[in-house]
Design a protein around this ligand. Structure first.
Ligand code: DGJ
Length: 772
């Protein structure tokens, strides 16, 4: 049992394989936090507990006045409230019948159960057997209003993971006076709050913009609040619902790191607050912005889950823990552990300008290259020839596709490819039959004009009728056309978040109810068509969050497919999300987002770090490029199981500190299969000056005793390019070692491998290691 309650010290010890999380009950009432630390076996005395201190300007609860130097303001708390004597941000704030927000959440009872219960209406990690995890439920109660708060902690037995969420029940039938049977208005209910004794941490956030998603940004904590949030009605391109705290000294391979990832796709907040005593409070949950939830007597409210990961072996270990958890205990369905097909997507090849002939021409070429799945992107429905109309009209555009979707699906299948189709189900164009029939079906505020994003509005998924309509419409297409894959897009932020059906008192529920509706829709459709491979998307990676992984095992990482831009995007994404979830394509040059030209080999090597595909007009490529693509496709088929389901080791990022006068910057990672039989080492240079220093790269995660055969897949086009070089180049410019080289895992990890000498001509190198 990973959870123990010690009656003597009135405390809980939550143990994962390498961490311990301590919760203390002080004076039979106050729930305090005792630390999240490297594992201890028992918490049986109070010697290491935070002392009671009389601290200036830190008021003491009235009953303890003159009895104990106890202040909520200076203790580590487990679920702090507002309006009493803690001046830091509370995890819970509700407007009560008396018009105040004060609350006391005192310990009432607890329960320890085997396994992990689900969360009503929300996606969450799950166990496949009760032995995987134990769950602690702690009930807290406000004696005045009758509000009950249940803190739920699931502690994983074989993973350094604790999942938390919060359930609030309005038990005002048991309250007295003016509170009896009265509703309360929830304004802030965090999924987790966690107090650390020090602020000697750096915080990691994954931030950016459209086409620049999830760059890893570190900053040292300073007094005050440092937080990321979304107010866009989606988890967003701008900030991912993820933060981590790490020791100052922590690196990719050493030091303590604590991760917090919210399983939610709507508005969130995640951040830290450093107080006057340099203690840090982490909080993560639904953003209080545009949120107020009236809870009638007897009703309950459940928050989304936060996945908290501990590592005392640096950031790399933290990432691998998230990856394994999400692959094993978040993703579901037949595609969960199945190798993902190599895709050709027509978007950047044709945009809206296509017909059956063009599509088949692209499919023919894709089939010759060995590609496995053809995705027909935006523009196949209604009268959609640009992005100004037709969202909501999910019937085929017969002007473009005269033989209907059936002809396309059949034609693609005949060519030996699977068939995928793009939808943007949550949207509605004002110029659509659906809008003309139901102008009140979109999010809007009566009497105000409706902001448009990409000329479109957002359907009101807080309404059951809209969710039912979409379930039916999508089900009809998916059951009449032979569709193997769906790309589920979402291309604008939400504004005027209000519903025609909500009363003024309930209008502030709309933003969260939207997600309850969306999750119901996703559950309906994905469960009804379990064999379809679903990929989420939001103008690239605008909704790359763990909640979506519960329904769709992969996500379009970014609209920016530039081989170099993708390094930072994929590096940041890989901190929390596995390669099996990260959809990566090779596109044309000059790149459509950055205008940069990179060689086909480098684009391929970068994209092979995730689920792989192409998004360009293959018919416009030269024969050497097509040959190269054929090689890439064949190679990816050999390594995809390792890439998608193996262990990722980030060896170096080109934005890591560069030593003075260093003349190259590169990103390198290696991925090792779970059985350590195969590994893939990839290096991509961001830049290299002439005559650079020699680089030695040390691999990770191999079997030290095993011998590995090394194959360098430097491309034919690069070789041709190098051969054209005016001076003869040494063989080391082509490959770092002769064909057939083999050596032991310990040497590759401890001594290292010398990189090819002339990186500036190659751009990238990929080495496959096979155990012999
Ligand atoms: C945004 C997506 O990220 C693109 O891949 C493409 O599907 C377009 N939408 C289509 O409108």
């Amino acid at each position: 049992m990973s959870i123990t309650f010690n009656k003597k010290t009135n405390s809980f010890l939550l143990n994962t394989p390498s961490s311990s999380y301590i919760i203390r009950i002080y004076d039979n009432k106050y729930l305090l936090h005792g630390g999240w630390v490297s594992r201890i076996e028992e918490w049986d005395d109070d010697v290491c507990s935070m002392p009671l201190l009389d601290r200036a300007f830190s008021p003491v609860p009235a009953e303890l006045h003159n009895k104990a130097d106890f202040s909520l303001n200076s203790q580590q708390q487990e679920f702090p409230t507002s309006g009493r004597s803690d001046f830091r941000t509370g995890a819970f704030e509700a407007l009560c019948a008396d018009g105040t927000i004060a609350a006391d959440l005192f310990y009432d009872s607890h329960k320890i159960i085997k396994g992990k219960p689900g969360i009503k209406g929300l996606p969450a990690t799950y166990v496949t057997s009760e032995s995987e995890a134990d769950t602690l439920e702690i009930n807290l109660k406000d004696p005045v209003t009758g509000v009950m708060v249940k803190l739920v902690y699931t502690v994983w037995n074989n993973r350094d993971v604790i999942c938390r969420h919060t359930i609030v029940k309005n038990d005002s039938s048991k309250a007295g006076g003016i509170y009896k049977n009265q509703p309360v208005k929830l304004r802030r209910v965090m999924s987790a709050s966690l107090d650390f004794m020090t602020s000697r941490y750096k915080m990691l956030q994954l931030s950016g913009a459209h086409a620049r998603e999830r760059h890893a940004i570190w900053q040292k904590l300073i007094p005050g609040t440092q937080s990321v949030e979304s107010r866009r009605g989606t988890s967003s391109h701008q900030h991912n619902p993820f933060i981590a705290l790490a020791d100052y000294e922590a690196t990719e391979t050493s030091g303590q790191v604590f991760g917090f990832n919210l399983v939610y796709s709507g508005n969130f907040v995640a951040g830290t607050e450093v107080d006057q005593f340099n203690m840090s409070r982490v909080q993560i949950g639904i953003n209080p912005y545009n949120f107020e939830w009236e809870l009638a007597a007897g009703e309950t409210f459940e928050t989304p889950e936060v996945v908290m990961v501990f590592s005392n072996k640096g950031l790399g270990e933290l990432s691998r823990t998230y990856h394994d958890l999400y692959r094993d205990n978040m993703c579901r369905g037949p595609w969960q552990k199945k190798e993902r097909p190599i895709v050709i997507n027509n978007w950047e090849a044709t945009y809206f300008n296509f017909n059956a002939e063009k599509l088949f021409k692209l499919a023919d070429r894709a089939a010759e290259e060995g590609i496995e799945l053809f995705v027909l992107d935006d523009g196949w429905f209604g009268k959609r020839d640009d992005d100004r109309s037709s969202l909501g009209d999910w019937f085929v555009n017969t002007k473009k596709l005269t033989g209907g979707l059936e002809e396309i699906a059949e034609g693609i299948h005949k060519r030996g490819l699977k068939f995928g189709l793009w939808f943007e189900p949550e949207m509605i164009s004002p110029d659509s039959n659906l809008y003309r029939a139901h102008p009140d079906w979109c999010l809007h505020i009566e009497g105000r004009d409706r902001s448009l994003g990409r000329h479109q509005s957002v359907l009101d998924l807080s309404r059951d009728d809209v969710v039912d309509y979409l379930t039916e419409t999508l089900s009809k297409i998916l059951s009449t056309v032979a569709i193997d894959y769906v790309k589920w897009d979402f291309n604008r932020s939400q504004t005027e978040v209000a519903s025609a059906l909500a009363s003024p008192a309930n209008q502030m529920k709309t933003a969260h109810k939207y997600y309850l509706g969306l999750y119901r829709l996703l559950e309906n459709v994905t469960q009804k068509f379990p064999n379809v491979l679903f990929e989420s998307c939001s103008g690239g990676g605008g909704r790359f969050d763990p909640a979506f992984l519960y329904y769709m095992p992969q996500c379009w990482t970014s609209d920016n497919t530039d081989g170099l831009s993708r390094l930072a995007i994929q590096n940041g994404t890989s901190i929390a999300y596995p390669a099996s979830a990260m959809s990566c394509h090779v596109s044309a040059v000059p790149n459509h987002q950055t205008g940069r030209v990179t060689n086909i080999s480098e684009r391929g090597h970068t994209a092979m770090a995730g689920t792989f595909g192409y998004e360009l007009d293959l018919n416009k490529l030269s024969q050497p490029e097509l040959d190269e693509i054929k090689d890439q496709v064949a190679l990816y088929k050999k390594i995809r199981s390792t890439v998608q389901f193996g262990d990722l080791y980030r060896l170096r990022s080109s934005w890591d500190t560069v030593a003075p006068a260093e003349s190259t910057a590169y990103t390198a990672w290696n991925i090792v299969s779970k059985d350590k039989k195969q590994a893939v080492l990839t290096l991509v240079w961001q830049f290299a000056e002439g005559n650079p220093e020699l680089q030695l790269i040390k691999l990770k995660g191999l079997d030290p005793k095993a011998k590995y055969k090394l194959t360098c897949s430097q491309s034919a086009t690069i070789r041709a390019h190098l051969a054209d070089f005016p001076f003869p180049l040494p063989e080391s410019a082509f490959a770092p070692f002769p064909a057939g080289t083999a050596t032991s895992g310990d040497k590759l990890m401890n001594v290292g491998l010398y990189l090819p000498y002339m990186p500036q001509y190659g751009g990238s190198v990929q080495i496959v290691l096979e155990q012999i």
